[in-house]
Design a protein around this ligand. Structure first.
Ligand code: HPA
Length: 267
């Protein structure tokens, strides 16, 4: 299945992306910056799951940015849509097999650490997998990677250092944090957020971890930039609202695009 998808993409473009960028909820704007991009709707790639999530468009864009060959996934499949973890990471595996060496993941998330503010961009330094599943369960495909992949430096320290430098050049400061992946689709309860804080997470969201697991399994280096769209449940008196998440994502999109534009040529 992975090979059929790789073939379908190769029929549309000879470009071998050096990096893959996944754009999260309300964060699709960067895809417009890709030059001479070939746009392939997910539905036209065999085996590729079609995203039904709010704010996700479902197209793969392959082109160049500042001379760097890139694949940009506008929209992703989440476990809460009913996709298996294996299905949710299909795109990452296809682009890894196509030759991508780096995976840049963006996401919208809730701020668990109380000094965070909606609109902040945060570099993920590590994760907690609280989704109760993994894309790596089942028989291991040895052509993808080892049975027991190491996750010690899943969020590549050198890529993070380079991203801090890029942020400084565009006048941004980034903090770092641990991302907890929640299954969803319900937002967490305030008690769950207290638990997640005690466990050591700074951020909470419903994506990213399956993709990073699949990418590390294949040896891709990973960088994750989270956009804090809201404070997590129970921190502020107001209820959580998915439309608000998208609006805050859209507000941060300009800064995220500026940061990606500075980081990608340095990868
Ligand atoms: N929780 C989980 N996922 C999210 C949140 C949140 O508060 N905000 C954006 N995605």
């Amino acid at each position: 299945m992975i090979d059929a998808a790789v073939t379908a993409i190769r029929e549309r473009t000879p470009l071998v992306p050096r990096a893959t960028v996944i754009l999260g909820s309300g964060l699709g704007g960067f895809a417009g910056a890709v030059e001479d991009g070939v746009e392939i709707p997910y539905g036209e790639i065999p085996g590729w799951p079609v995203s039904t999530a709010l704010g996700h468009s479902g197209t793969l864009v392959i082109g160049t940015f500042a001379g760097v060959p890139l694949a940009v996934m506008k929209g992703r499949a989440h476990l809460y849509e009913g996709h298996s973890a294996e299905k949710a990471v299909f795109g990452v595996r296809v682009l890894g097999r196509l030759g991508s060496e780096v995976l840049v993941v963006t996401n919208a998330c809730g701020g668990v650490r109380e000094d965070l503010r909606p609109g902040d961009l945060v570099l993920v330094s590590d994760h907690l997998n609280l989704q109760g599943t993994s894309p790596l369960i089942g028989p291991n495909d040895d052509t993808l990677g080892p049975r027991f992949p190491d996750m010690s430096n899943a969020y590549d320290p050198a890529l993070r250092a380079l991203t801090h430098e890029a942020a400084a050049r565009v006048g941004q400061t980034l903090s770092e944090g641990v991302y907890a992946a929640w299954l969803g689709p319900a937002f967490e309860t305030p008690a769950e957020i207290r638990m997640i804080r005690v466990l050591g997470a700074d951020l909470v969201g419903m994506s990213t971890v399956p993709e990073v697991l699949a990418a590390r399994h294949m040896g891709l280096r990973c960088l994750t930039i989270s956009c804090v769209t809201n404070m997590a449940a129970g921190i502020l008196p107001e209820p959580l609202d998915a439309e608000h998440v998208l609006r805050m994502g859209a507000q941060a999109q300009g800064r995220l695009t500026a940061l990606l534009a500075e980081v990608l040529p340095a990868l």
